[in-house]
Design a protein around this ligand. Structure first.
Ligand code: AGP
Length: 610
């Protein structure tokens, strides 16, 4: 995944605006970046390997001249991170520059044809074919827009592109399966992978659909739709949406890292999400109710939310759901299983390609698609028959935190609503469950307020440990797995999240004196059996760290360290509060080891490659 931006201003230099926009897109990729501008008919480019601030320190992006330009922050797919592979890429005559997010699947054939026609390539990227194809097209088409249209009809794969030509007055952008949003400001016009890129300049946005091409000047954004032959049909003027996000919401708000800010935002994110309209929830639940099979599709943290949902749906709504990891989706579900199946795709970004592919596969087989996502206008929303939005606001840290809490809250609400339909819950019981759920914003506020400093100390105490187990039973297995994922991805500490009962069937062989094991141990019906697992590990010299109820004195006494949490208003929703200490532990483990939790190595916020 990469971040792209294009901007045309009426006057003044655009370079520093593009640089700052790229900073706000850096969560999408950060192994190299670059900016191209045009002034007096000449293209100027600065790009390099590394993060934007470091490159800026070396090259000073802000001295690029001109009031029109494009920028890119990269997460490598084709070709390693390097200066030549950094975007923007150009044609042979250096008259066209292109930034691209996505993957051109047929780039090898296109490149060979272009090379046979005499084009010279500098990089190993798939993207570089695009400026050369536009260069070819411009030899027989009158306008940049038409040359772009002719080019993109030949591309297979996914793309959001912005194209800059040396006439210095126009940009052309287009999308297919990768996000692109237009911003209409008073000083000029913008296009970007995501709204925060241009939020300081404007809140007026238009989300582009697949196969739309936009011609941007400093005071216009003319939209067209392209057909398979490359013909462009003008689209009627679309009213912009005014986004409510403030720039503050999209930035760190005084916290040292986005991740910490986002952990602290969870009470607010949760209450906003719990304000979900009853009718929307019921309409969604009804679709589930009317299908024989319910299949969840999700990746990573979102998959852990669906694991928890499996318990909620079973215990609250008497419905069994099948949880499938997105990357396995199209291989797991046989072709005959589409009909009578409701697919519930959970994805904060709405752009995870594994999830999109699995959903597309199931949709083609006749399944009904429902989705829970945090991102308005994302690709999944266009595939789905029905959408429920979580209200986490923008999540910039690569590690999912507040989006996880809001997914859990939405899935919990849905299971209650479904429970009333299936008859598993009386109206009174479901009301009580909703009341319990509504106590969680305050509850997690208290966990953060009362436990953060103790968790930081715990992280310090285990700083020398390089292996951890995270164990839980029942619904807490998903919490344990999420805790392990968090510490792996941002602190680079090896951890296994496992069902506690299953741990004796192999993993226990790794336990030796001093081995740290984190038990997720709410006071629910798993608690009694979990104690046996604690004893088994303790007998082998493990260091026991328990996340448990403050009233569970027995477990507190058995543990070497305990993080006591407030009593649960309902045992069905324990992941919402029990994951908080694990998020904080991972955060402080990363900080104490000197790692940047917002931009862990090898990862990107949403993974748009298979
Ligand atoms: C979470 O911390 C990870 N960065 C990752 O596992 C993520 O949850 C996964 O890639 C799915 O993303 P999505 O919710 O945007 O689909």
């Amino acid at each position: 995944m990469c971040g792209i931006i294009g901007a045309v201003h009426m006057k003044g230099n655009i370079a520093s605006i593009l640089r700052q926009s790229l900073k706000r897109l850096e969560y999408r990729g950060y192994d190299s970046s670059g900016i191209a501008t045009v002034s007096e008919g000449t293209l100027f480019i600065k790009k390099d390997k590394g993060k934007i601030d470091d490159i800026h320190h070396r090259l000073n992006f802000d001295t690029l001249p001109g009031s029109i330009g494009i920028g890119h922050t990269r997460w490598a797919t084709h070709g390693p991170p390097s200066k030549v592979n950094a975007h923007p890429h150009t044609d042979c005559q250096k008259r066209i520059a292109v930034v691209h997010n996505g993957i051109i699947e047929n780039y090898q054939e296109l490149r060979e044809q272009l090379q046979a026609n005499g084009h010279r390539f500098e990089s190993q990227t798939d993207t570089e074919v695009i400026p050369h194809m536009i260069e070819e097209a411009l030899s027989h088409t009158p306008t940049l827009k038409e040359a772009v249209a002719e080019t993109i009809t030949q591309l297979e794969g996914s793309y959001a592109i912005v194209v800059l030509g040396t006439n210095g007055k126009e940009l052309v952008c287009a999308r297919k399966e990768s996000p692109l949003v237009i911003g209409l400001g008073t000083q000029g016009v913008y296009c970007a992978s995501d709204v925060p890129a241009f939020l300081p300049m404007t809140r007026k946005t238009i989300v582009l659909e697949d196969h739309e091409v936009v011609h941007l000047t400093s005071n216009s954004a003319l939209m067209s739709r392209i057909d398979d032959t490359g013909s462009l049909a003008p689209l009627p003027i679309r009213e912009p949406t005014v986004v409510k996000w403030t720039i503050d919401m999209a930035q760190k708000g005084g916290y040292p890292h986005f991740m910490l800010k986002e952990i602290h935002e969870q009470p607010r994110a949760l209450s906003d999400t719990l304000r979900i309209r009853k009718n929307d929830l019921e309409a969604f639940a009804e679709v589930l109710h009317n299908h024989k099979n319910i299949l969840t599709i999700a990746a990573g943290t979102s998959f852990h939310a669906t694991m928890a949902a499996k318990y909620m749906f079973s215990h609250i709504a008497d419905r069994l759901i099948h949880g499938v990891i997105a990357s396995e989706g199209s291989d797991t579900v046989a072709e005959s299983l589409g009909k009578d199946t409701a697919v519930l795709a959970v994805t904060q970004s709405g752009e995870t390609i594994d999830t999109l592919h699995a959903v597309k596969h199931l949709k083609n087989q006749g399944a009904t698609i429902l989705t829970i996502t945090n991102t308005v206008g994302s690709s999944i929303t266009r595939m789905a028959d029905s959408v429920l939005y979580t209200q986490a606001g923008p999540e910039i840290g690569v590690a999912a935190t507040k989006t996880y809490a809001t997914q859990l809250a939405t899935l919990a609400s849905l299971s209650i609503s479904l429970g009333t339909m299936t008859g598993a819950q009386t109206d009174k019981e479901s009301q009580e469950l909703f009341m319990a759920l509504n106590q969680f914003p305050n509850l997690i506020q208290a966990v953060i307020r009362n436990q953060e400093s103790q968790i930081k100390e715990t992280a310090q105490q285990y700083i020398t440990k390089s292996n951890f187990f995270f164990l839980g039973r029942g619904i807490s297995t998903s919490t344990a797995m999420e805790g392990a994922l968090k510490i792996k991805e941002i602190a680079y500490v090896h951890a296994e999240g496992y069902p506690a009962g299953e741990s004796k069937h192999g993993p226990i062989a790794l336990v030796e004196p001093g081995f740290p094991i984190i038990f997720v141990a709410p006071n629910d019906n798993t608690r009694r059996h979990l104690e046996s697992n604690v004893m088994e590990m303790k007998a082998r010299g493990a260091q026991i760290i328990s996340i448990c109820s403050a009233t569970d004195q027995r477990l507190i006494d058995l543990s070497h360290h305990a993080i006591p949490l407030p009593e649960l208003p309902s045992k069905f929703f324990s992941p919402i509060s029990y994951v908080i200490p694990l998020q904080l532990l991972a955060y402080y483990a990363a900080i104490l080891r000197g790692h940047d939790p917002d931009q862990p190595r090898n990862l990107a916020k949403s993974v748009t490659v298979l």
